[in-house]
Design a protein around this ligand. Structure first.
Ligand SMILES: Cc1cc2nc3c(=O)[nH]c(=O)nc-3n(C[C@H](O)[C@H](O)[C@H](O)COP(=O)(O)OP(=O)(O)OC[C@H]3O[C@@H](n4cnc5c(N)ncnc54)[C@H](O)[C@@H]3O)c2cc1C
Ligand SMILES: NC(=O)c1ccc[n+]([C@@H]2O[C@H](COP(=O)([O-])OP(=O)(O)OC[C@H]3O[C@@H](n4cnc5c(N)ncnc54)[C@H](O)[C@@H]3O)[C@@H](O)[C@H]2O)c1
Length: 464
């Protein structure tokens, strides 16, 4: 029986970061992964495939250049699922190689197999025709999630797919039903709509992306409609059926029936805990398979920690890495490593992209915080015109009295990169005056910050 200082279960972003951090602290570390390759949902089925597919869609469809060369501009006239899969497979393979190299360079022992607890210090790993028990002083559960499913939606991996299977669609459908207007549903809706697929998006809540600033969501909704997406909000899909001709029907609770060539079921995800035998370690998960932890990512069993999507919100690759790092720091009594969730950014890879940090107008209104808003439009910035994005906008929210930046909300090309300028100013306690008094490269999208700051400060001046 092998003995480790730390055993990590799962090789997604949280597991990888936890394992390497522990090695850097001089610990002997093993990482167990049940897939044949490392990287988790992030590299193999979720983040990396979807973001690469988006890039392929934007390139091949010529979407970003239609405002310059005309609505019929295309790089490739007939785009197939294999065109998209080609680029995706290339990036997945490279990312797996990079991750494997990083783990081996750092001396993390990767064990392939499915982990299950024997007790709070022992884990059995079944794989490759063998079963071995490993002992560890500390254990980190980083098993991530899998798509939520129900018997009423017969996923067949071909025409009725979940988000792990999108690239398995044999052909690009002419019509697609997307169930779930969360981040996954909305991102894929945008990609297929940009390819000319007629998409119907069904969301049971009255609004899409409820956690985002509603002005930004309204701007996105405009783009979705412009791309001929039909939005069925406040409507719940009750069941799905396959018809003999191979098409698919979604039955809504309101008795409406929607038909399509294919259906993507993206109604959330649940913790990957079925194989773990958590009870043997004295741990319980909630109904959605999420494991409760304290602020240090410690479960109710003192030597066992959990990080990443399996602990629930916000379920982002970016945050999962950070949770893995902090969990290891706390496991070894290190309080110096810190991370502040108030400054975690969101990047939503819709078309156009959305990114934000800090509070929304809705939250600040609810909290009675006196704020002012400054807005700038990509069409007024030279780089916006050069790039062909004339619909993007950046919204800066700042405190009316202290002038501190309270939130930044962006929709448009490069939003997920651009947000980090606002993030740095917020983290360093900057005010709107930073943007007024700073020179930005010209022509860049970063100039949006300065234009928005002027706009906001000019509004304030009306009251002086
Ligand atoms: C379609 C999609 C798009 C996304 N896009 C983004 C994005 O743009 N930006 C972003 O920040 N986040 C995005 N996410 C979220 C991101 O992928 C997750 O937050 C991240 O992968 C979670 O990392 P993790 O370490 O918790 O686990 P995961 O990446 O889920 O990895 C967990 C690993 O544990 C393994 N495992 C499970 N059980 C066992 C067991 N018993 N024994 C051994 N191994 C086990 C699994 O095989 C898996 O490899 C997206 C997710 C999806 C589904
Ligand atoms: N860019 C990113 O950061 C990114 C991208 C994709 C995924 N993710 C992560 O992946 C996780 C899962 O994403 P998701 O979109 O699957 O989950 P989600 O929980 O965010 O959204 C699911 C949506 O489906 C709706 N829904 C549920 N049942 C329904 C029904 N029967 N009919 C119609 N609508 C229904 C819900 O109201 C909800 O809005 C998220 O937590 C997210 O953080 C992040």
């Amino acid at each position: 029986m092998a003995t480790y200082d730390l055993l990590v279960i799962g090789s997604g972003p949280s597991g990888q970061r936890a394992a390497v951090s522990a090695v850097k602290k001089g610990k002997r570390v093993a990482l167990v992964e049940m897939r044949s390759v490392v990287g988790g949902v992030c590299i193999n089925t979720g983040t990396i495939p979807s973001k690469t597919m988006r890039e392929a869609v934007l390139h091949l469809s010529g979407y970003n250049y239609r405002s310059i060369y005309g609505m019929n501009y295309r790089v490739k006239e007939k785009i197939t699922m294999s065109d998209l899969a080609f680029r995706v497979q290339h990036v997945i393979k490279t990312e797996i190689d990079v991750t494997e190299a990083q783990l081996s360079r750092n001396g993390v022992e990767v064990i392939t197999g499915t982990a299950q607890f024997v007790d709070e210090h022992h884990v059995r790993v079944d794989g490759m025709g063998s079963s071995t028990v490993h002992e560890a002083e500390k254990i980190i559960i980083a098993v991530g999630t899998k798509p939520a499913s129900t018997a009423k939606v017969p996923i067949n991996g071909k025409t009725i797919v979940n988000s792990d299977q999108v690239l398995d669609l044999a052909n690009l459908p002419k019509t697609l039903i997307v169930v779930g207007g969360g981040v996954i549903g909305v991102e894929y809706t945008c990609m297929f709509a940009a390819l000319g697929v007629r998409v119907t998006l069904v969301e049971k809540r009255p609004k899409l992306l409820e956690f985002a600033d509603q002005e930004i969501v309204e701007a996105l909704s405009y783009h979705l409609r412009d791309s001929r997406v039909t939005m069925r909000l406040h409507e719940e899909v009750e069941s799905v059926e396959e018809l003999p001709d191979g098409t698919v029907v979604a039955n809504l609770e309101s008795k409406k029936r929607i038909s399509g060539d294919a259906l993507l079921y993206a109604v959330g995800r649940q913790g990957n805990i079925d194989e773990l035998n958590l009870a043997a370690a004295g741990i319980e998960a909630d109904a959605r398979g999420r494991i409760p932890v304290d602020k240090d990512f410690r479960t109710k069993v003192p030597n066992i920690f959990a990080a990443g999507d399996v602990i629930g919100f916000p379920s982002l690759a970016s945050v999962s890495m950070e949770q893995g790092r902090i969990a290891v720091a706390r496991a070894y009594g290190d309080e110096t490593e810190q991370s502040n969730p108030s400054f975690y950014p969101y990047g939503i890879y819709t078309i156009p992209e959305i990114s934000f940090i800090g509070k929304t107008e809705e939250q600040l209104t609810e909290e009675d915080v006196p704020y002012e808003v400054g807005v700038s439009y990509y069409r007024e910035i030279a780089r916006g015109q050069i790039r062909g994005d004339t619909t993007g906008r950046l919204k800066l929210i700042f405190h009316r009295e202290t002038r501190a930046i309270l939130g930044v909300h962006i929709i448009g090309e490069g939003a997920a990169e651009l947000i980090h300028i606002g993030q740095a100013v917020m983290v360093l306690n900057g005010t709107v005056d930073y943007f007024i008094n700073t020179v930005f490269n010209y022509p860049t999208l970063a100039e949006c910050y300065k234009a928005a700051a002027f706009n906001g400060v000019n509004r304030l001046a009306r009251f002086e």
